[in-house]
Design a protein around this ligand. Structure first.
Ligand code: ZN
Length: 348
């Protein structure tokens, strides 16, 4: 997707450059002989009259005339070019000439072109990070779409404490071994899985979209942080999100994490399709007790209304596995947000 936009942007720039060349060149020598001589005449007249104010007025008039003529000429050239392009476009359709195609794309889809550069501008202005000027304290100011990062009152992550202990519904995981892609999106390692994996919560089915990692864990339990956390992001039919957080502590090698690391892409923003399927059930702890509360995305735009399901029992990964992630992302955790009296529920 991103590479398509980049390619399209490149094509636009190339075609604009190609299209502009013949336009800009004739514009410079635009003042035709007639205009030059007439303006010279005016100038010489003005000199004879030896009136500096009139002289500048005459020069101004000449400049205006020149500019008008240049505009007219440019418009005519543009008109001619459009006709030439159209002819080329139609006559060259069956012939594979890539540089001709760079003309045809922008002409045929002018509306799309106007949109696409805007999109890339938007994504550029939406840059954010975990430190420095674009760090978590600035997210809300980097883009108007991120206003919740600053002003939201139900943000994540939180230090999970003082929950009410109740008999919570069992989380029913319907996860299958799945095809997957690994993506380094510049903020984390994200694993996109094929559709068809669900978690059922209180009679509602949420489909798994992707999972990704943070180091250290974003959430804390009674003040305690963990080595890492993996967030399984699900969406229901109404596009509501439910995120299952699985805390990772140092210990035994984790086969699922290893399979993801084996397929780490060499380049950012270019997903790698793995040849093996991933067993998603391997990521779940044996005990299925959990905490639940309403929060937000922990990355811009920090949208709220996210159902959080934080598994109480951590799973293990080896120190080597943790250090591999640390080389890529030593710190990609949003700081703890105010729980602001939110109700937290905890399995018995
Ligand atoms: Zn996350």
């Amino acid at each position: 997707m991103r590479s398509n936009i980049v390619l399209l942007a490149f094509m636009i720039v190339t075609s604009t450059a190609l299209a502009n060349d013949p336009v800009t060149k004739p514009i410079k020598p635009v003042p035709s002989k007639d205009e030059v001589t007439s303006s010279q005449k005016e100038e010489s007249k003005a000199t004879k009259e030896a009136a500096p104010i009139r002289e500048s007025k005459a020069a101004e008039a000449a400049r205006k005339k020149e500019a008008q003529a240049a505009d007219e000429l440019a418009a005519k050239i543009a008109e001619r070019l459009a006709v030439i392009r159209k002819d080329k476009d139609e006559s060259n359709k069956p012939i594979a000439r890539p540089y001709v195609r760079t003309y045809s794309v922008p002409i045929k889809k002018s509306a799309e072109i106007e949109q696409k550069p805007k999109k890339s501008e938007k994504s550029q202005s939406a840059h954010w990070s975990y430190e420095g000027e674009e760090g978590p304290l600035s997210w809300g100011k980097l883009n108007s779409a991120n206003v919740k990062c600053d002003l939201g009152e139900r943000q994540s992550p939180i230090d999970i404490r003082d929950g009410i202990k109740v008999d919570l519904d069992v989380l029913n995981f319907d996860y299958k071994p799945s095809q997957f892609q690994v993506l380094d999106n510049g903020h984390t390692i994200q694993v996109n899985v094929n559709p068809g994996n669900y978690v059922n919560v209180s009679g509602k089915a949420y489909e798994l979209q992707q999972f990704h990692f943070h180091r250290p864990s974003e959430e804390r339990i009674n003040g305690k942080g963990y080595e890492m956390v993996v967030h399984f992001v699900h969406r229901d039919r109404e596009s509501k999100l439910a995120v299952v957080a699985i805390l990772l502590e140092l210990g035994e090698t984790h086969p699922g994490v290893q399979l993801v690391w084996n397929n780490l892409p060499l380049e950012k923003h270019e997903p790698i399709k793995a040849l093996k399927n991933i067993d998603l059930m391997q990521f779940l702890p044996k005990q299925r007790g959990y905490f639940t509360y309403m929060g937000s995305l922990t990355t811009p735009p920090c949208s709220e209304g996210v159902l959080w399901l934080v598994m109480k029992e951590p799973v293990q990964l080896s120190p080597d596995q943790a250090s591999i992630f640390a080389r890529l992302y030593p710190n990609n955790a949003r700081p703890i947000q105010k729980s602001a009296g939110r109700l937290i529920k905890e399995s018995l």
